[in-house]
Design a binder for this molecule. Sequence first.
Ligand code: VGL
Ligand code: ZN
Length: 193
Amino acid sequence: MKLGKRAALIVVDVQNDFCPGGALPVPEGDKVVPLLNDYIETFLREGAPIYLTQDWHPADHISFKERGGVWPPHCVQGTEGAAFHPGLALPEQGVIVPKGSSPNEDAYSGFQGTGLAARLKRQGIRRLFIGGLATDYCVKETVLDALREGFETVLLEDASRGVEVKPGDTQRALSEMEQAGAHTVRIGELKVA
Ligand code: VGL
Ligand code: ZN
């Protein structure tokens, strides 16, 4: 698979709360960090834009258990848990996309309420490479929205991990994304020339 012109990288929610020791840990969530750093390096070398979504909730967010949601409080704005994993090679040119900031609205997708699709289209981007946390929630919804928006969409399979609230969720998410038209790639398969 070629990176191609008009490609962008979207790194989804690689934050402390989604890594082991965090408030809503994804098993092996931290394992995506070195791989994403490799992808980031590749995209930087190619001059391709990089976006990083950040789950960014107010303290009383609707998805939290206290408000009848399903999740423990996580990624509360300005907390250490909401910070990017310290090992992530945050590029200076990287554009941070906060999401889930409205108290009464859940937002798994990086496209929901962020203006991201319009911004990418304005830049002439056609193909998106998407990876991060969690495969069965925010990565999945971001990939499905990317496809709905008409982008050619590639999941970074080795640089994503699922929460697995129910066993098999990650695998089901992969099937759903592929069925919707997503491609998948691993770092060794990505050609830049
Ligand atoms: C996510 C659950 C709640 C995610 C965000 O990033 O996948 N999951 N908020
Ligand atoms: Zn969240």
